[in-house]
Design a binder for this molecule. Sequence first.
Ligand SMILES: O=C(O)CCC(=O)C(=O)O
Length: 290
Amino acid sequence: MEARNFQATQDGHLTDDMKQAYQEDGFLILTGYKSPAECDQLRARMAGLIDAFDPQTVASVFETNAQAHAKDDYFRKSGDSIHFFFEEKAFGEDGKLTKDKHLALNKVGHALHDEDPVFEAFSRDPKMERTATDLGLVNPLLAQSMYIFKPPHIGGEVNCHQDSTFLHTDPLTCTGFWFALEDADDTNGGLYGVPGGHKGPLRRRFHYHGETLAMEELDETPMAPGDRHAPLIAPKGTLVILHGLVPHRSAPNTSDRSRHAYAVHMVDGNATWSADNWLKRSDDNPMRGF
Ligand SMILES: O=C(O)CCC(=O)C(=O)O
């Protein structure tokens, strides 16, 4: 099954055909949304952040025998910071990295868009505001950002999920803006989505139950059989917009090509943010729009 794609407009506005495709499919593929130079600039900035980062500062979080609560705590505190998350088995039993730190990372998140000026400029692009508004977000707020590495050979699968599971508002407004910083396709761990799958219910919610973060099952409707998952082919510079209810996933990267991506998730500030969401911001550093 082929997913349709469109050439992005210069100013970020969506044409009627694009809006219709998003309403029907629950995703929208816009090629050429960012220039190759903008993608390279973001990659270079991330390489610089990694250069400046000492993995030993988080070895106790990621080493093989690390206490589960250490990883959990590092994740909980990442909502308003830049935290580095390593692939499984990146640290050996001796607490040392088993490979070059640039090739051992799974992702960096979750407030690059607020805490780093280069990521902020990429994320708070006026073009993006026009796109978000055309999608129907009245007061778009940038809730979280992630740089996703999917390293060659070891980049793992991301299981089929709906983004509103993680960023819940009433009514549901979570919308993913996923940028291919390198060509991403069905051979190097690219995305798959279920066309029309956003018309189904929210299946799960990941949220605080008191002090505990846990997944709650809401609806047992299956996401969709594998043959309904369409590869979302995304050449470098492509923006893939994902409705918060559309089931999507990514395959493992078994190729020798890397697949860097950057994702910003927005919610509508006019909807009610669920206070038990995993993502916490302090009162003096709230979520902001453009
Ligand atoms: O980049 C990936 O592999 C998965 C990204 C994703 O699922 C998301 O941004 O919601």
